[in-house]
Ligand binder design. Structure first.
Ligand SMILES: Cc1cc2nc3c(=O)[nH]c(=O)nc-3n(C[C@H](O)[C@H](O)[C@H](O)COP(=O)(O)OP(=O)(O)OC[C@H]3O[C@@H](n4cnc5c(N)ncnc54)[C@H](O)[C@@H]3O)c2cc1C
Length: 319
């Protein structure tokens, strides 16, 4: 507890890993890396399907890497392996199964982090907890009796099922195409084109639909779902209902407002955190990296760039 780290990083995804590596390369000696899961990169492990293609320019957003941490196109597995090696950097103390509840700046200017495994102190803190801790849910009620068949990650899909996927971004398309290999898949999207998706995925979903490997329902709004003898009856706004074995929602993640409030970070009128161009929050010395910075649309490469900008700022402050 009397040990004061030069920097603590909360959240062990790409933003957190890049922050720890940059801190090590910039010469900070005592680096604490805190992850609530039993391993780094929980979003990649839970939300990416096995052997998923990982695009550096995710959603078609071209990013030039600025700092010392490279990033390349790959797969889920090659990306996880790469991050594993990066975490071996000098001076990085990694704590797993440790959830940070709050970060408070004391009168001495040192941050105190409260966790399920005790308290830790650091001179600077980077919060990189992403947004997938609480995935977006539909506004209608999910009946308790069918909850087990209503999912937000693809891992529960077993095969040989009639599955409805709801969403219109890259994740929804990738889930639909991948799961169509051994399931009967319908992808339901509110709009008439997949404007938010990247070119590869847009072409892929049109091709899969044309080849009848799956079915796409455009302009389809789900109004409610109900228990239909243990299956899920989906009521569409057009007035018809279809029964499925399972629903997978791919609607992105939410802002962890309670956590940010516990850190005394100022929020705007929409509940989004305020920060400057160096990703420093309203609390001096407390930064944010990765998806938490964006309401939607972050990427691994962007998270890696945040880490570099933040470390440069911290080093400048140190003189
Ligand atoms: C299905 C899907 C496919 C995607 N495909 C791509 C792609 O191909 N290419 C690409 O560039 N991007 C892709 N993305 C986006 C990319 O995954 C994110 O931009 C990236 O993971 C953001 O990194 P992050 O470090 O900000 O947050 P995350 O990766 O979400 O990591 C946050 C980490 O913080 C931990 N954490 C949360 N709360 C706490 C707490 N209180 N205390 C301690 N630890 C905590 C979590 O367990 C997690 O490990 C995809 C996203 C999804 C959902």
């Amino acid at each position: 507890m009397n040990n004061i780290y030069d920097i603590a990083i909360v959240g062990g995804g790409p933003g957190g890993i890049a922050s720890a590596v940059e801190a090590s390369i910039f010469g900070l000696e005592k680096i604490l890396f805190i992850e609530k899961g039993d391993n780094h990169s929980q979003t990649i492990r839970q939300y990416y399907k096995d052997s998923k293609r990982v695009d550096k320019d995710w959603k078609g957003q071209e990013v030039t890497i600025k700092g010392n941490v490279e990033f390349f196109d790959g797969t889920k597995e090659s990306t996880l392996d790469y991050f594993e090696v990066l975490l071996d950097g000098d001076g990085i103390d990694a704590l797993f199964n440790t959830e940070v509840y709050s970060v408070a700046k004391g009168d001495d200017g040192v941050f105190l982090m409260s966790t399920n495994n005790g308290e830790y102190k650091a001179k600077n803190v980077i919060i990189s907890i992403g947004r997938m801790g609480k995935p977006n849910k539909p506004s209608y009620k999910i009946p308790g009796t069918i909850k087990q068949f209503v999912n937000f990650t693809p891992s529960e899909c077993r095969g040989n099922e009639k599955v409805l996927i709801v969403g219109g971004g890259d994740s929804a398309i990738e889930y639909a195409c991948h799961l169509s290999k051994d399931n009967n898949i319908t992808l339901s999207y509110r709009r008439d084109t997949f404007a938010k998706a990247n070119d590869i995925n847009r072409d892929m979903i049109v091709q899969y639909d044309q080849e009848e490997k799956l079915r796409v329902r455009y302009n389809a709004d789900v109004e409610s779902i109900e228990n239909d003898e243990g299956k899920i009856k989906v009521n569409y706004s057009h007035g018809y209902g279809v029964t499925y074995d399972r629903i997978l929602y791919a609607l992105g993640g939410t802002t962890p407002v309670d956590f940010l409030k516990n850190c005394n970070i100022e929020l705007d009128e929409n509940g989004e955190p305020l920060f400057n161009d160096k990703f420093e929050t309203s609390v001096k010395g407390l930064y944010m990296a990765g998806d938490i910075v964006f309401k939607s649309g972050g990427s691994i490469a962007m998270a890696i760039n945040h880490a570099y900008d933040i470390l440069r700022d911290i080093m400048k402050e140190k003189g």
